[in-house]
Write a protein that binds this ligand. Sequence first.
Ligand SMILES: Nc1nc2c(c(=O)[nH]1)N[C@H]1C(S)=C(S)[C@@H](COP(=O)(O)O)O[C@H]1N2
Ligand SMILES: [Mo]
Length: 315
Amino acid sequence: MASYRYPKVAASEITPRSVWLDRRRFLAGVGTAAALPLIGGGVAHAAALKTTPGPFTIDEEPTAKSDVTSYNNFYEFGTGKADPSANSGDFRPEPWTLEVDGLVGKPQKFDLDSLHAFPLEDRTYRMRCVEAWSMVIPWVGFPLAALLDRVEPLGSAKYVAFETVVRPEEMPGQRGLFQPLEWPYVEGLRLDEARHPLTILSVGLYGETLPKQNGAPVRLVVPWKYGFKGIKSIVRMTLVEEEPVTSWSRLAPQEYGFYANVNPEVDHPRWSQASETRVGEGGFFNAARRPTLPFNGYADEVASLYAGMDLRKNY
Ligand SMILES: Nc1nc2c(c(=O)[nH]1)N[C@H]1C(S)=C(S)[C@@H](COP(=O)(O)O)O[C@H]1N2
Ligand SMILES: [Mo]
């Protein structure tokens, strides 16, 4: 999103020249150790997961694993699509603790083993980024509702607020002079959206544990919403009464809403949302564009959640 957001400002202009030159020298040095970015991307630590086929499988060819794991948005590692796979070598997704608190009867901490102990399902979903590209990703995960049941939300809980880890020492995008977002990255869902059977916590893709660049070790997947709702590397979920602040709507409320349901009829203020480029189909540029579907093709499942809402402003 940054390339749209700051169209006239090159990184070299906002970063002092000496720092920028230094960074290039550093990157050149790393580049000679050719294997490093691959190890950093988590490939070396991928472990097979035991899964069963889940519901909602779509009849579309999954995007190549090499694209799913190299064309990413994860600003904690930088704003470029290749940054998350190249710059995540220092990130340690193990051990991990996901804390669930707020308006719940049984606040709890989940470690990685307890997350992997939920019955893991294969869920192949479309993913539509607000930037008008899309993929088909074979996730491994479990319904968020299953975890929410364990913590027993109180009647007063109306929303779930999510938070990504803050570790500047492991995440280069959190320690540069150029900070595109406030950390932690935060997201939110209405409780009925969070409990919808399509909504999953993902711990893997292509049958293996999540690569770091895709949000290891646990991230949210909400396939009828724009990709930025799918918060990565989650450390906290808090059940709350009021609509929580979210990273992108805090930065640009006129461009990114809380709901962010995929809607081909509501254009982004600076580009059309009527169609999209499927990554891998004829290259990123000049590819044949596909029509974007209401709710990203999941309208039958989720449209009723928004009965009576004005969806014209619902980006
Ligand atoms: N913490 C965090 N989560 C994030 C982001 C991010 O920058 N930081 N980017 C979002 C955006 S814009 C998209 S499109 C998806 C991309 O997921 P993928 O790289 O696994 O395809 O992650 C989302 N989750
Ligand atoms: Mo996105």
